[in-house]
Design a protein around this ligand. Structure first.
Ligand SMILES: [Zn+2]
Ligand SMILES: [Zn+2]
Length: 280
């Protein structure tokens, strides 16, 4: 808050978010955010139609309504807060052309790139514990980071989401996978792709930011652009945890962040604690 954007916000269409879209915007204004982007889940284009769970992402027939609603809220709240049109798009290896056709359907401010689908199944589903046991935590992490690197390299995305997502339910490799992590960071840097610092991890069993501070430091050292997000699925989650998020970011050496307009990246100074507005 206090001048930070929230660049990851869902709507009811995804089937696992609740509340009126207007109320997400109202929270953003109340909390003093500089701007907010709606970034609902893209239809599950990479799965056969009968396997597209409407509780995981919007249906194809909801897509146009999504665009219209964001446009109408943008008009309604003009002068109060800038609203950006975004999309959280799954990266699925081998389906890049289908994805780029989807992305051509609107004039986005930003497209989030997410890897949720790893080695033929969801990596972050509540029941994924069995996968880690069976397939090996290190294997799943390594494969996850390989896909994240590929996602960055496609150039289809502006921001990579929840960078260390496999940790969501507390599964951790026994050693730090520097090579896999560093390759994903280098891929983001090469592509000019930003990475979100997300408060959502604080609400999950793992109880820490995405990405963890150790990785935020690596991203700063590699000069990868960063932005802020909550991954809100309810109005009260917009800008949630941003006091902590900003403090941790500062501790990790973050001094700048980026925003997007029509996929053009704009840099901002994070400022020091002394410059925080009294609304804090
Ligand atoms: Zn979601
Ligand atoms: Zn999300």
């Amino acid at each position: 808050m206090f001048g930070l954007p929230d660049y990851h916000v869902h709507t009811f269409r995804c089937g696992h978010a609740g509340g009126h879209s207007r109320d997400f915007v109202r929270t953003a204004i109340e909390r003093g955010l500089s701007e907010m982007a709606f970034t609902d889940h893209i239809p599950l284009y990479f799965l056969p139609e009968r396997e597209r769970d409407p509780k995981l992402a919007m249906r194809e027939d909801q897509f146009d309504g999504y665009l219209e609603e964001v446009e109408s809220l943008r008009r309604e709240f003009a002068g109060a807060i800038p609203l950006r049109l975004g999309l959280e798009a799954d990266y699925a290896e081998g389906h890049e052309e289908t994805l780029s056709r989807w992305l051509a359907r609107a004039d986005w401010d930003l497209v989030l790139g997410s890897v949720h689908w790893v080695a033929g199944d969801w990596i972050d589903a509540p029941g994924s514990a069995a996968r880690f046991e069976k397939e090996g935590t290190e294997n799943l992490y390594t494969e996850y980071y390989r896909l994240l690197s590929k996602a960055a390299a496609t150039g289809l995305f502006d921001v990579l989401t929840h960078f260390d997502l496999p940790k969501k339910h507390g599964h951790r490799p026994t050693r730090i996978l520097d090579r896999a992590e560093d390759e994903a960071i280098a891929a983001a840097k090469r592509a000019g792709c930003a990475v979100e610092i997300s408060s959502a991890g604080l609400r999950k069993p793992v109880g820490e930011l995405y990405p963890e501070p150790r990785l935020i430091r690596k991203l700063v050292a590699a000069d990868v652009p960063l932005t802020f997000s909550s991954d809100s699925h309810a109005p009260a989650e917009v800008g949630w945890g941003f006091v902590t998020t900003r403090a941790v970011a500062r501790e990790c050496g973050v001094s700048n962040f980026v925003t997007f307009q029509r996929r053009r990246q704009l840099a901002h100074h994070l400022g020091d604690a002394a410059s925080d507005s009294p609304r804090a």
